[in-house]
Ligand binder design. Structure first.
Ligand SMILES: *Cc1c(COP(=O)(O)O)cnc(C)c1O
Length: 458
């Protein structure tokens, strides 16, 4: 018999979590105004809100914490992080930031101005927020296949080169400060970008003299999919694939809370010393001196170690196979999920799951609340709430996909937890025909409203 797969780590420290009753959860979600961001974490049994900063650090990362150098300038931790970034991604210059959106803030302050256009593949919400905040426009050039959850395409994060070329040809280059390639593409379902597509985007960008920025939060998971799914990469190591990917990037913004497996941290990688110099000014203003930028020395140490662990094949295989485990169970149970499996999360197609809830009543959010009530599992909406209003017309934007994202933290839960999630969704699916109404907004912020929105049941 072939031996089954098992994780390439064992558990040295545990954290107690608590189940609750449905009656408790009904009260808690009401008090949270039906926004799961307002729940207390101890009101949640299995927390699949995000994989951002929620991973479990290794014994080696914790050891590195003890070796942190907290000097204000020129700490050894800064140099350790610099060495890891150069080694793994090939960037000679970098700025530490406290997380990914801070990297965006510093970089976009340097490069993006009012009236600019920033094409890319389904920009992440904070990325889009930082672009629109500067009165510039994010243009989504993702391939059409990404918008049909039932089509199985190995690289649904890919850029449609025709769409991108159209943007580049029909606008002056001065209005396009960068092209953003998100690897893997969070918004379209944790879907990877192929090496072939990365190369093609890069050569199109060079033809028009435009820099390519990788939004790198899940760069290692992207490399894993290239290894598993793209012809010619099966025998390459993850690190070799990562190095090749970054040959085609001019700049990288990184949320280290994802593939560097730390609880807080980020950075910007640069090839151009002049751009690095200009961005340093904003880093000092917003984040801190250029050798710590909002991070403590111990955190920079853990991050450097995390970059090495996060690019090991055995780790990535354990991680992505757990995501796949949940994805397989949901498929078996007839739950409509995004095809094929993505890197960090399973995306449930809420429109197919709840066909009787109108789009104006926030379909995916309705499913998120149902799942919480059923089993104390916290997922997150990627739908009309997150899509926000059009910055000009202020009308609600209704995206083509209404998704509930079940995001798996790194090295945190077991497959028994995944099993609870699967059965909870099955129970809801069995009574889906009785769920016909959703929610309306009582209060919302003018930007990134999904974090703080208050809802009431219709
Ligand atoms: C998480 C994330 C960000 C923002 O990073 P934070 O660390 O949460 O500020 C940007 N882009 C992508 C693709 C992300 O997943």
């Amino acid at each position: 018999m072939e031996l089954p797969f098992a994780e390439s780590y064992k558990i040295k420290m545990v954290e107690v979590i608590r189940r609750s009753t449905r009656a408790e959860r009904e009260k808690w979600i009401q008090d949270a105004r039906f926004n799961v961001f307002n729940l207390r974490s101890d009101q949640v049994f299995i927390d699949l809100l995000t994989d951002s900063g929620t991973g479990a650090m290794s014994d080696r990362q914790w050891s590195e914490m003890m070796l942190g150098d907290e000097s204000y300038a020129g700490s050894s931790s800064y140099y350790k992080m610099k060495e890891a970034i150069r080694d793994i991604m090939g960037f000679e210059y970098f700025l530490p930031t406290h997380q990914g959106r801070a990297a965006e803030n510093v970089l976009f302050s340097t490069m993006v101005k009012k009236g600019d256009l920033v094409p890319g593949n389904a920009h992440f919400d904070t990325t889009k927020g930082h672009i629109e905040f500067r009165r510039a426009e994010a243009i989504d050039c993702t391939i059409d296949e990404a918008f049909d959850t039932q089509i199985s395409h190995p690289f649904k994060g890919n850029v449609d080169l025709g769409k991108l070329e159209h943007v580049l040809k029909s606008n002056p280059a001065e209005r396009i400060p960068m092209i953003i390639l998100t690897v893997t593409c969070n918004t379209s379902g944790g879907q990877p970008v192929s090496m072939e597509n990365i190369k093609a985007v890069h050569s199109l960008a060079k033809k028009h003299g435009i820099p390519v920025v990788f939004d790198s939060a899940r760069f290692a998971e992207n490399a894993y999919f290239i290894k598993m799914r793209e012809k010619g990469y099966g025998h390459r190591t993850i690190r070799e694939i990562v190095r090749e990917m970054y040959q085609y990037a001019d700049v990288a913004t990184m949320s280290s809370k994802k593939d560097a497996i730390v609880n807080m941290g980020g950075f910007i990688g640069f090839k151009d010393p002049e751009l690095f110099r200009r961005a340093s000014l904003y880093n000092i203003m917003f984040e801190g001196f250029i050798t710590y930028g909002g991070m403590s020395g111990r955190d920079m140490n853990a991050l450097a170690q995390g970059l090495y662990e996060g690019t090991e094949f055995d780790y990535l295989e354990s991680r992505i196979r757990q995501v796949e485990y949940l994805w397989n169970r949901l498929n078996d149970l007839g739950i409509p999920v995004q095809q094929p499996v993505g890197g960090h999360a399973v995306f449930v197609d809420a429109k197919r799951f709840l066909p009787f809830v109108p789009a104006s009543q926030f379909i995916a959010q309705t499913l998120v609340v149902e799942l919480y009530l059923e089993a104390g599992v916290r997922g997150v909406e990627i739908g009309a709430l997150m899509a926000d209003r059009d910055p000009v017309t202020r009308e609600n934007r209704y995206p083509s996909l209404e998704l509930m994202r079940l995001t798996i933290p790194r090295r945190v839960y077991t497959n028994n937890h995944m099993e609870v999630v699967a059965v909870a969704l099955k129970n809801i699916h069995d009574r889906k025909d009785s769920i016909t109404t959703g929610y309306q907004i009582k209060h919302e912020a003018s930007l990134l409203r999904h974090f703080t929105v208050e809802l009431e049941k219709i």
